[in-house]
Design a protein around this ligand. Structure first.
Ligand code: SF4
Ligand code: SF4
Length: 232
């Protein structure tokens, strides 16, 4: 590694600690060789050496109003979730771009993956890059029965953004605890019956199409996120 590149990586690392986010995790691309996430990362940025994952809390005070049912024309408190998520997403995306700017100014290629409006394969409802798996690899939490990332501080009530960078940063990856306690509250609360108890060592079992259709029809749904007791 050249002296200039080592200096650039140190600068990037220092900058990460100043970001206006609730959690930062780092995965080294080489340590996930052979995984789907590795292939997704190098497809997007062949020079990627590190994945930086940024997380911000979704306020439970707002999420608690987000019931899935609303009368026609009703002025419902649940509508507060959209501007809140817009705020959280915009702050996260800004932080992802800030990381990229520092990386690129050091001559290290970087690609921001925003907190919203990222490319998704609508035929299979797969994102081109799995933020939650990146977050799990980075040691920010584990996957729950609702298929969401569960963090120790906020449970599943977080949004994520990522950065792929050519910088070689120290990994925060660790063998974390499985934070989901298998209480089944998310399964019982799901109005679309889209969730089932996972089998065969899987972390979750979700019918993504049932979830997507319900969310589209009702305007929004976060019941599985709302009822999860972790981080409350
Ligand atoms: S978002 Fe709603 S419909 Fe989708 S899995 Fe969660 S509770 Fe079910
Ligand atoms: S509600 Fe219970 S079963 Fe569902 S993810 Fe949270 S802890 Fe796991």
């Amino acid at each position: 590694m050249s002296v200039a590149s080592a200096r650039g990586e140190r600068q990037l690392l220092d900058m990460l600690s100043t970001l206006d986010v609730d959690a930062v995790g780092i995965v080294s691309v080489s340590e996930i060789a052979g995984s789907r996430l590795h292939d997704q990362a190098v497809r997007l940025l062949p020079e990627a050496r590190s994945i930086v994952v940024l997380a911000r809390e979704i306020f439970s005070e707002i999420l608690d109003h987000n019931t899935p049912h609303k009368e026609m024309g009703e002025g419902s408190p649940r509508d507060m979730l959209v501007p809140h998520q817009d705020y959280v997403n915009s702050r996260l995306t800004k932080s992802a771009y800030d990381v990229c700017n520092v990386s690129r100014r050091q001559g290290l290629k970087a690609l921001p993956l925003p907190a919203a409006n990222y490319p998704t394969d609508q035929r299979h409802l797969f994102s081109v890059f799995s933020y939650k798996h990146a977050a799990e690899y980075a040691g920010l939490g584990s996957l729950g029965w609702h298929s969401l990332l569960v963090t120790p501080q906020f449970g599943p009530r977080v949004r994520l953004a990522c950065v792929l960078t050519q910088a070689e940063l120290p990994s925060s990856s660790r063998q974390g605890d499985d934070l989901c306690n298998g209480c089944g509250k998310c399964l019982q609360a799901c109005p679309a019956r889209a969730l089932a108890e996972p089998q065969n060592g899987e972390a979750y079992s979700i019918n993504k199409f049932a979830c997507s259709v319900f969310r589209g029809g009702s305007g929004s749904c976060s019941e599985c996120m709302r009822v999860c007791p972790i981080g409350r």
